[in-house]
Design a protein around this ligand. Structure first.
Ligand code: BGC
Length: 369
């Protein structure tokens, strides 16, 4: 081969390896013997997102640090077996209703609906078999998208209406994992979809997240009672450990149990009321990890975000690569409507009616500095 042809050949080979791509491999099967797959999206910079159609779970997310070194920044398991056992929604799609509904009960058009109380006296994250435990129908949309669809039958987990849901994961060449949610129903219902990834920007399993610095674009939050149900108040963060309008280390005020809200949450486990500008995705939060320089921005069309600092992780779960997940080894930024909205007419509505389309977008954007 002529030298210049060889050069061209190797150059095109190099370029083709840098194109965004999607790969699929078997990831195991459910207890009922249903096979599930793992889809790995890679962008032109080498960033990777591995997602399974079991629960729509983000299994791995590899992003670059300030030296360009990739590390997996989400908690989870190496195989499907880990996800089939009890775990705190690592990486999962949560529905029909992300977060809590008081006493597992709500009324809609004069009818009372009863849900499973799977979190003390309350309902949490869609019930016993929520969207995190169903096998979604997957469709690869090359080069950079995974489309997941699911039909939730009328009265599944107590929620009315046959609900068609579509969630699209897109890994952009701007190092963003974008999640687009879409749904429609044939009866009035309530809906609050989110993703429950636990992040550690120093790399999953590499210690706690207390030195990460976070800014949250929220002047108010929704204080809770001792069962983590909002009291209805939208409280100013100013002068409280919840003021992240300027960046603060997550650990700086997390143990200030003289603050009743910190005490109730065992740290941060609260919904922040986002300062909204326009209707498109707006910056909800930015997190910076000083040792690796990784930065994650979260943008959303949702009115709120649950900032949860892994207070209930206790070292009993061993995750990817044998890493033990101890207290506060990960944080979540669950974009959402406010908890218990079905029982709070004063909160932004979570009602979806026939003929309407539910739409929501959240973007996790990564960089390093
Ligand atoms: C909740 C936490 C809960 C966690 C895992 C979060 O959304 O607010 O209280 O422990 O999910 O279920």
């Amino acid at each position: 081969m002529h030298a210049s042809t060889l050069l061209l050949f190797s150059l095109s080979l190099l370029l083709s390896t840098l194109d965004a791509k999607i790969a699929k491999r078997p990831f195991g099967q459910t207890a009922q013997g249903k096979p599930v797959d793992l889809y790995t999206l890679t962008n032109k910079n080498g960033m990777e997102a591995a997602i399974t159609n079991y629960g729509g779970i983000v299994v791995a997310l590899k992003t670059a640090d300030k030296q360009g070194r990739l590390a997996d920044v989400v908690l989870g398991f190496d195989s499907l077996d880990g996800y089939k056992k009890e775990h705190p929604y690592f990486g999962a799609l949560v529905g029909r209703y992300g977060n809590r509904i008081q006493k597992g009960q709500f009324a809609l058009n004069g009818k009372t609906y009863k849900l499973a109380n799977n979190n003390g006296p309350n309902a949490l994250h869609g019930g016993l078999v929520g969207f995190d435990k169903v096998v979604w129908t997957a469709r690869e949309v090359p080069p950079n998208r995974l489309e997941l669809t699911h039909t939730s039958p009328d009265m599944h987990e107590g929620f009315p209406g046959n609900l068609n849901v579509k969630v699209t994961y897109t890994l952009t060449d701007a190092n963003e994992l974008q999640i687009d949610y879409e749904a429609s129903t044939d009866k009035p219902t309530v809906l609050n979809l989110t993703n429950h990834s636990y992040f550690n920007l120093a790399g999953q399993g590499n210690g706690d997240v207390l030195k990460h610095q976070i800014r949250i674009n929220a002047d108010r939050f929704t204080p809770v009672d001792s069962t983590l149900i909002p009291t209805g108040e939208l409280k100013a963060v100013k002068g409280t450990p919840f003021d992240f309008t300027q960046p603060h280390a997550i650990g700086e005020r997390i143990n200030q149990t003289s603050d009743e809200q910190i005490k109730f949450g065992g740290g941060y486990d609260h919904n922040f009321v986002l300062n909204k500008t326009g209707s498109g995705p707006a910056l909800a939060a930015e997190v910076y990890e000083p040792t690796t320089g990784r930065v994650m921005q979260v943008l959303t069309t949702e009115p709120g975000v649950q900032f949860y600092t892994g207070n209930f992780l206790d070292g009993t779960l061993t995750g990817k690569q044998g890493k033990v997940y101890r207290k506060r080894y990960g944080f979540c930024l669950e974009t959402q409507h406010f908890p218990d909205s079905p029982n709070r007419p004063e909160f932004p509505s979570v009602v979806l009616k026939p003929g309407e389309t539910y739409r929501s977008t959240t973007i996790y954007r990564f960089s390093a500095r």
